[in-house]
Design a protein around this ligand. Structure first.
Ligand code: FAD
Ligand code: UDP
Length: 377
């Protein structure tokens, strides 16, 4: 009998497996239906010997020192500040929109003060900023919104930005200085040996048994366990009884080329005609040297693995109903991006998992009864 079954070996499941095994000395069965640990942050060396991210570019950034301290037990770091260019009107321009973006786009020579005036003259006042369109139109105006955001967002989410919560485009700031970093966080780095290596160290504990290519549905009635942490899609756990929560997916096209470098930065965004949203070149992220280079093209789709909860009012309302079911499920904790239907970055998932562990510590004496699976026997 395992003390815990943990479904999903991504950040949420692996952090909790590590905490439970190392701090409570309880046994954990950690399962994943994929053939590897790491969830969407999984990376691996491809046939050319280049470290690539199988599920698109993952850049670690946070303002929480406690999360850096926690993960630093399992990895060293390679300092890396992410920079992204956007392919607009035949030019490669910095995104988030900043002073250089506007000067290069319009062949101007504005100062920061002049750019503030420029935005003020173009922004459309919005009474209440509600949607992903409002955020951008209310800051930089419609023309820049259409060039940099509307097409990208329609591709990425399959709906118009006016149909999405403001939180989606609010992830991308607007700047009037020349700061061209994608993130403003105090800590921005990549795990020095890659994400998968970090995960391996996290779950390397005799108390943790890992079973891959194992779906929860296959084993739930066959392997006894006392308690469970579930990090898969919450609607799936409840057999979609209230209807399906939409999750947006991506098709990844991985390519290796016989040249040193393909593009000037790690990620180039394509908000205009192309079907893909972005191209990632991994050597920029990892600092690896090689005569070849590996890229990933991202094609958004509704079909495939669930990657993104879709932040819209109607989806949040449906999630709230699932959340109520989840809250009533005895001895099951729902954690992570899919199980709590939140558009979380990695550091936020780590924070949520650590907070869940603190609640478990507070509420559950080590290895106590009642036993979930025994009760069912
Ligand atoms: P996941 O990583 O999705 O792990 C859940 C695991 O559960 C999966 O491995 C799945 O196979 C398994 N599972 C689900 N159901 C079952 C079942 N029934 N049985 C068994 N196993 C099951 N965050 C950042 O901070 N920076 C970035 O640059 C960044 N880039 C991203 C790029 C892309 C393309 C995507 C999709 C996400 C990105 N993120 C980024 C977000 C990051 O991936 C997530 O925050 C994080 O990986 C979520 O961890 P998780 O454990 O909640 O979920
Ligand atoms: N976005 C956009 N154009 C860009 C970059 C982002 O329209 O060049 C919008 C788009 O809706 C995207 C959201 O802002 O989904 C958040 O961007 P982010 O880069 O954070 O997306 P993620 O890395 O999570 O896919």
């Amino acid at each position: 009998m395992f003390d815990w079954l943990i479904v999903g070996a991504g950040f949420a499941g692996s952090v909790l497996a590590e905490r439970i095994a190392s701090q409570r000395n309880e046994s954990v069965l950690l399962i994943d239906r994929r053939s590897h640990i790491g969830g969407n942050a999984y990376d691996c060396y491809n046939e050319a010997g280049i470290l690539v991210h199988q599920y698109g570019p993952h850049i670690f950034h946070t303002n929480a020192q406690s999360i850096v301290d926690y993960l630093s037990q399992f990895t060293a770091w390679r300092p890396y500040e992410h920079r992204v260019l956007s392919s607009v009107d035949g030019k490669l321009l910095p995104i988030p929109i900043n002073l250089d973006t506007i000067n290069k786009l319009y062949d101007l020579d504005l100062t920061s003060e002049q750019l503030e005036q420029f935005f003020l003259s173009r922004r459309e006042p919005v009474d209440e900023v509600r949607t992903a369109e409002d955020v951008v139109v209310g800051t930089v105006g419609r023309e820049l919104y259409e060039k940099f955001f509307r097409g990208y967002t329609r591709k990425q989410w399959g709906v118009d930005p006016s149909q999405l919560n403001k939180s989606v485009t609010a992830r991308v700031p607007t700047r009037t200085d020349r700061d061209d970093r994608y993130f403003g966080d105090s800590f921005q780095s990549m795990p020095a040996g890659g994400y998968t290596r970090m995960f391996q160290r996290m779950v390397d504990n005799p108390k943790i048994k890992i079973m891959l290519q194992t779906d929860y549905r296959e084993i739930r009635d066959r392997i006894p366990f006392r308690r469970m942490i579930y990090t898969g899609p919450v609607d799936e756990y409840f057999d979609w009884s209230l209807g399906r929560l939409p999750y947006r997916s991506l098709r990844f096209e991985h390519v290796t080329l016989d040249c040193d470098r393909f593009q000037p930065v790690a990620v180039v965004n394509f908000p205009q005609a192309e079907e893909y949203t972005r191209i990632t070149e991994y050597k920029h992220l990892t600092g690896q040297t090689s005569p070849q280079t590996s890229l990933t093209y991202e094609y958004p789709t509704d079909i495939g693995d669930p990657y993104y909860p879709v932040p819209r009012a109607e989806n949040e309302a449906l999630y709230k109903r699932y959340e109520a079911l989840a809250g009533a499920a005895a001895d099951v904790w729902f954690v992570g991006r899919l199980a709590t239907y939140r558009y979380y970055n990695m550091d936020q998932v780590v924070g949520q998992a650590l907070a869940t562990f603190a609640r478990i510590q507070k509420n559950l004496p080590v290895s106590n009864a009642p036993l979930r699976a025994e009760a069912a026997e």
